[in-house]
Design a protein around this ligand. Structure first.
Ligand SMILES: Nc1nc2c(ncn2[C@@H]2O[C@H](COP(=O)(O)OP(=O)(O)OP(=O)(O)O)[C@@H](O)[C@H]2O)c(=O)[nH]1
Ligand SMILES: [Mg+2]
Length: 397
């Protein structure tokens, strides 16, 4: 909730350990990648990860998550290093969470809760705040009984913001009532938004979509010259911004919205459905990929899958491979001749283009590389859509 939002700089950094499993469907390499992301999420939420723990188990133990030896090792570490918080890479069941908290004697939160917490910090509009609160309440409902009550040294912080802080003491009946109230409130906001969207008239709508931190807001700023919050943190944007953009003489609406992430909590997708409507109702999607990310292909797949889940996958998609400046810096040795770098990069572009049906653009939003190509391609697609929608109304294009 808004009043409980705190300034990051005034807040103490919490010391955290992270824990995950190498399991039958998750290799060590995959886990390390998840850990990188979890560490980034943790720092976005205001925690510093000081140690990683993992165990090889074909599947999580239903009561204790990891084996007993590992539990002792972690509990000892937590005690001797005064750790505030243990972050678990998977979604925990309420009983696993209870067990781990008793054993570790510190706060235990899972990936879902961490993401929900960041969303609670980032949400600015009433709609986004209500959506996050609903997701938190739904997440907390099965976990309300006895949650953290045995831990008197915990005063707040990560996992306790937003709904968590206020509602923890309430019983399930009150929580259920609250969930209903939030749903009603969201429906009302939704109706207002739908009317507003209709009133936007006949303009073609373009939505920026993509994994979190790929550069969507930076591109929004470039195209619309607006000041949308962009920074090197996960989920800098949780709300939706819509701007009217004019390229040459053609006008269209461009929206920037919340980024996607792996293992996005189910409740969040559910309650953010109406924010995601912006993408569902748009004519063209600008799918932004961070080419410099070591796992950009996985991220791309997650986004396409999420688009499918929200029924937004059968649209014209322009795929933007952003941060080519950073990619080149990382991938090619400084001493490599320029011509060789170009040759390799051309090869990469060719093979990536073959994987897409729609237009593909290689961009550096911050260095201003290929912006003209982006604008030209976008303009062409927008005009195509105007022609289909209004074959006789040439004033649009
Ligand atoms: N090197 C480099 N950095 C970039 C480029 N484009 C964006 N960035 C940086 O990447 C970070 C994330 O950019 P945002 O525009 O906030 O990304 P986003 O996709 O809106 O992120 P969320 O709102 O968190 O989903 C910022 O630090 C940007 O400055 C680029 O072309 N090259
Ligand atoms: Mg953003």
């Amino acid at each position: 909730m808004a009043g409980q939002k705190q300034d990051r700089s005034q807040q103490e950094i919490e010391k955290a350990v992270i824990l995950g499993l190498v399991s039958s469907d998750q290799t060590l390499e995959m886990l390390m990648e998840y850990f990188d992301e979890l560490t980034f999420l943790a720092s976005t939420a205001g925690a510093q990860v000081v140690k990683q723990f993992y165990q090889k188990l074909s599947m999580p133990n239903s009561k204790t998550y990891v084996g007993s030896g590992k539990l002792i090792e972690i509990a000892n570490y937590i005690k001797t290093h005064e750790i505030d918080l243990a972050i678990i890479d998977d979604e925990l069941s309420p009983s696993q969470q209870n067990y781990l908290e008793k054993t570790f004697e510190c706060k235990v939160i899972d990936r879902s809760m961490l993401i929900l917490d960041i969303f609670a910090l980032r949400a600015k509009t009433v709609q986004a705040k209500t959506q996050v609160e609903l997701a938190q309440m739904q997440y907390l409902l099965p976990r309300l009984r006895g949650m953290w009550s045995h831990l008197d040294r915990i005063k707040g912080g990560i996992g306790m913001r937003g709904a968590g802080e206020k509602e923890i003491e309430t019983d399930r009946r009150v929580a259920k009532y609250k969930i209903n109230q939030l749903k009603i409130k969201l429906k009302q906001i939704d109706v207002q938004n739908k009317t507003r969207r209709k009133n936007r008239g006949q303009l073609i709508r373009v939505a920026l979509v993509g994994y979190t931190n790929t550069g969507k807001s930076t591109i929004m700023n470039l195209l619309s010259k607006s000041a949308v919050f962009a920074e090197n943190k996960l989920f800098a944007t949780v709300d939706t911004t819509v701007r009217k953009v004019v390229i040459e003489t053609t006008a269209f609406l461009l929206s920037d919205t919340v980024g996607f992430i792996r293992k996005l909590p189910h409740h969040l997708i559910e309650s953010f459905k109406s924010t995601l409507d912006e993408s569902r109702e748009s004519d063209i999607l600008l799918h932004v990929v961070d080419l410099s990310h070591p796992h950009f292909e996985d991220q791309l797949k997650v986004v396409l899958k999420t688009l499918q889940e929200i029924d937004a996958s059968n649209k014209t998609i322009i795929t933007i491979y952003n941060k080519i400046d950073l990619y080149k810096k990382k991938a090619y040795d400084e001493l490599m001749p320029k011509a060789k770098k170009e040759e390799l990069f051309n090869k990469l572009q060719k093979s990536i283009r073959q994987q897409h049906k729609g237009p593909v653009i290689f961009l550096s939003a911050t260095q201003g590389i290929n912006i003209v190509t982006l604008k030209d391609t976008l303009l062409k697609e927008v005009i195509k859509h105007y022609r289909i929608r209004y074959p006789y109304k040439h004033s649009f294009y």
